[in-house]
Design a protein around this ligand. Structure first.
Ligand SMILES: [Zn+2]
Length: 103
């Protein structure tokens, strides 16, 4: 299952194709449904309740297995509120001897 996308528009286009997709775990066809959002802090927003990812589920009521996936833009890291730009800036600061706080 693809979980990283170019941007939110590509995620929306993927979500429109959900009804015709087959689950890679159980093989059920047409069982996928939208399953809410992952919300929280995000480095590019002052809002503490920003959408970080969309969730989909292979729905048991439609013959699926219940597995969920999160779909997110490619500049986001799994399980972290900061993105790849901040992570790269941190890594580039290490050889220059910058502290973790300064990086
Ligand atoms: Zn499934």
């Amino acid at each position: 299952m693809r979980i990283f996308f170019e941007d939110w528009n590509e995620i929306d286009a993927f979500l429109k194709r959900l009804p015709s997709m087959r689950c890679p775990i159980c093989g059920a066809s047409g069982a996928f449904g939208r399953h809410g959002f992952i919300r929280g802090l995000r480095d590019d927003s002052q809002d503490n309740d920003t959408i970080r990812a969309r969730r989909i589920r292979c729905r048991p009521k439609r013959g699926g297995c219940g597995k969920t996936w999160s779909l997110r833009p490619g500049d986001r890291l799994l399980h972290y509120c900061f993105g790849t730009k901040q992570a790269w800036a941190f890594l580039r600061g290490i050889p220059a001897g910058r502290s973790v706080k300064a990086a």
